[in-house]
Write a new protein. Structure first.
Length: 118
C-alpha cells in the first residue's frame, strides 16, 4: 500500500514562490506517472502537471508553463512542484496523485493549501 504525503503549501504574495513536495511511502514510484492537481473553492479539480518517473518526461497545463516546474528525486521517492511567479488565481488545495503504472490516478495525497495574496 503506497501513501502520498504533500507538504510545502502556505501563504505567499503574488509574484512569490513555493515548492511543494510529494513523498511516497510503502513503495517507490517506479513505472508510475505522478501528477499534481489543484482545486479552488467552488471549482472542479484540475490537472496541473505530471512527470513520468522512468523517463522524466513532463506535462503542464498552459496556465502554468514557464512558471511551474515538476521534478523528481529517485533516492527520496519524492516529486516536487516548484511554483514561481505565483498569481492569486493559483490559490487552491494542491494534491499529488500517482497511477502506480495502472493508467489512472488511483492513489492521492491529502492535499496542501496554497494561498496567493494580491
Amino acid at each position: 500500500q503506497v501513501q502520498l504525503v504533500e507538504s510545502g503549501g502556505g501563504l505567499v504574495q503574488a509574484g512569490g514562490s513555493l515548492r511543494l513536495s510529494c513523498a511516497a511511502s510503502g513503495r517507490t514510484f517506479s513505472s508510475s506517472i505522478v501528477g499534481w492537481f489543484r482545486q479552488a473553492p467552488g471549482s472542479e479539480r484540475e490537472f496541473v502537471a505530471s512527470i513520468r518517473w522512468s523517463s522524466g518526461r513532463t506535462y503542464y497545463i498552459d496556465s502554468v508553463k514557464g512558471r511551474f516546474t515538476i521534478s523528481r528525486d529517485n533516492a527520496k521517492s519524492t516529486v516536487y512542484l516548484q511554483m514561481n511567479s505565483l498569481k492569486p488565481e493559483d490559490t487552491a488545495v494542491y494534491y499529488c496523485a500517482t497511477d502506480l503504472g495502472l493508467g489512472y490516478y488511483g492513489t492521492w495525497g491529502q492535499g496542501t493549501q496554497v494561498t496567493v495574496s494580491s
